[in-house]
Design a binder for this molecule. Structure first.
Ligand code: IYR
Length: 224
């Protein structure tokens, strides 16, 4: 195990209650505007943006600080095409055989189907992989703890960062996704977690008019 020195928490910033509310309200309003988008423009993303959003993802907390994630940024047409072909094949299986009636009904209002043109239209696909274990430089295998939770947190940070930059994304989960290991040449020890389709929305992009649960429906308070 690595022994870290402990250093003072110099990065912490406290805000007076009024400023706390103001900052948080502004942040909430900004996050509340975020919507998952399926219609993408082909406009390229300015340089350095994806890298900085990924740096933000890399600040997420993780089990034993093992940072059990890997991100593959795909911008090339050839690889995007391969991903689209493989994903649509899986989706056909899903929509025509694997999905239960109940599942298909749950998806109906989203208007999703087997066609995934955005996998080629969008300028950038970020494949998120979860590492079940890693290897030290001396070859010793290191087990990762809570890789699912950790990678989920990093992905949440990434989605937030992309939104902050004024980009939109779609969390796409063709299932199973093992074709991503082959196409993107990632080892078997990594499990594809999801595919984040990223870019600018198409000019005529539409979104389903869905609602978010009010606070009372998803939070309980215990004050004793
Ligand atoms: N992976 C399929 C189906 C799908 C599943 C869920 I859960 C969604 O929220 C949306 C779609 C697809 O991408 O079409």
């Amino acid at each position: 195990m690595t022994d870290y020195p402990f250093i003072p928490l110099e990065s912490y910033e406290e805000y007076p209650a009024g400023e706390m509310r103001q900052r948080l309200n502004a942040f909430y309003r900004n996050m509340d505007r975020r919507r998952t988008v399926r219609d993408f423009s082909a406009r390229p993303i300015p340089g350095g943006i994806i890298e900085q959003a990924l740096r933000t993802a890399g600040t997420a907390p993780s089990g034993a600080n093992l940072q059990p994630w890997h991100f593959v940024v795909v911008t090339g047409p050839e690889t995007k095409h391969k991903i689209r072909v493989a994903a649509e094949e899986e989706e056909r299986e899903f929509y025509e055989h694997r999905a239960s009636e109940e599942w298909l009904q749950a998806l109906e209002s989203l208007g999703t189907n087997t066609d995934k043109p955005f996998l080629e239209t969008a300028p950038c696909l970020i494949a998120v992989f979860l590492q079940k274990f890693s290897h030290l430089p001396n070859g010793k295998k290191v087990k990762h703890y809570y890789p699912v939770e950790s990678t989920g947190l990093a992905t949440g940070f990434l989605i937030t960062a992309l939104h902050q930059a004024g980009l939109v994304c779609l969390t796409h989960t063709p299932s199973p996704m093992s074709f991503l290991n082959e196409i993107l040449e990632r080892p078997r020890s990594e499990r594809p977690f999801l595919l984040l389709v990223t870019g600018y929305p198409a000019e005529d992009a539409t979104i389903p008019d869905i609602q978010r649960k009010p606070l009372e429906d998803f939070v309980s308070f215990i004050d004793r």
